[in-house]
Design a protein around this ligand. Structure first.
Ligand code: P6P
Length: 339
């Protein structure tokens, strides 16, 4: 009988229980809750193509049930799983204006984008869930405070994403490296498929919505021109790859090397992506994989959030590429300041 060579994510977490420097199984159980919800969301996302049968948002389906948008349903699945698990004190979600207070006895704060890029579902493009985990600062048993929710990214104890793509993958870190797990539908388990992920120091892919080129800062425009120069020794011109789904663009660049940029513009100086539940978790992951994440000047994880849904410009990916982009941003700043 063939020996089972699968390492499930649950075995992996238990084997590394000691990595969670303080958790007595709490963080393991929190991950269990997130993983359970992700499998339910995966099932729903895979059915999305049948929405005509299931009905669209706001309608009532053949069973007489209200049909909810998938990101609304995903949000409910994750919050319900975290409620049942008992380890989570509060959830910050892109779907909810205010913090969801779950359980005063919980020791952890979860920040998440339950279904990022959900507008791509209708055209069968990969989408994802992004999550970030903090220990609460206030005492267990008390009400969660805004200080608990507005912690800088350097305080994260875990972060990850689930990519609902050609296969469904869980990629996460607890500060001891990055590991990837692929959902094996035949056994219904996430199994270790990408141990110890390290992102290439330099890649040849750049991801940015060039439709906004006219609005970009000069530093970004100059970096894009740099990417397009014909310098073979430097693997330039780079190729542009932009799916319009952050998790999918990030994952491809993490594995192959590359840079994703969503810059600020005069109209939207803080760009589009959210600091707490999109940029911080991806910044934790990319740094653990040897990459870099800044707002063009400052390390993402050192930015202090002032609002739950605060946005930030983001330059994230292969370290050498992010540093080069920052050079162009710095040159622009010096020019503006007459430096
Ligand atoms: P744009 C999806 O709405 C999202 O938040 C990210 O997943 C994606 O990278 C970005 O916005 C796309 O934004 O403005 O290029 O369509």
């Amino acid at each position: 009988m063939q020996e089972n060579t699968h390492t499930t994510v649950h075995q992996f977490i238990l084997d590394r229980q000691n990595d969670f420097s303080f958790a007595t199984g709490e963080l393991s159980r929190l991950m269990r809750d997130i993983i359970l919800a992700s499998r339910i969301v995966n099932r729903d996302v895979n059915k999305a193509g049948l929405m005509d049968i299931l009905g669209n948002y706001g309608s009532v389906n053949v069973q007489g049930e209200e049909v909810k948008k998938l990101d609304v349903r995903a949000n409910e699945e994750f919050i319900n799983a975290l409620k049942r698990g008992g380890e989570c004190a509060a959830v910050i979600s892109e779907e909810d204006e205010e913090t969801n207070h779950i359980n005063t006895r919980g020791a952890y704060i979860v920040a998440m984008d339950p279904l990022d890029g959900s507008s791509n579902i209708d055209v069968n493009v990969s989408i994802g869930t992004i999550f970030s985990i903090y220990r609460r600062l206030s005492p267990v048993g008390s009400e969660v405070t805004m200080e608990d929710c507005l912690q800088p990214g350097v305080n994260q104890v875990a972060a990850g994403y689930i990519l609902y793509g050609s296969s469904t993958m869980l990629v996460y870190t607890t500060g001891k490296g990055v590991n990837g797990f692929t959902l094996d539908l035949s056994i219904g388990e996430f199994c270790l498929s990408n141990p110890n992920v390290m992102t290439p120091e330099v890649g040849n892919l750049y991801s940015i919505n060039e439709g906004n080129y006219q609005k970009f800062p000069e530093g970004v425009k100059n970096y894009i021109k740099y990417c397009q120069e014909d310098v073979k020794a430097d693997k330039r011109p780079y190729s542009t790859r932009y799916i319009g789904s952050f998790v999918a663009d990030f994952h491809r660049n993490l594995m192959k090397g590359g840079i994703y940029i969503y810059p600020g513009t005069d109209k939207d100086p803080n760009g589009k992506l959210r600091l707490i539940y999109e940029c911080n978790p991806m910044a934790f992951l990319v740094e653990q994989a040897g990459g870099r994440a800044t707002d063009g000047h400052t390390r993402i994880m050192e930015l202090t959030p002032e609002k739950l849904h605060q946005r930030t410009p983001v330059f994230i990916g292969s370290k050498t590429m992010v540093l080069k982009a920052e050079e162009f941003m710095q040159a622009q700043a010096e020019q503006v300041n007459g430096g």
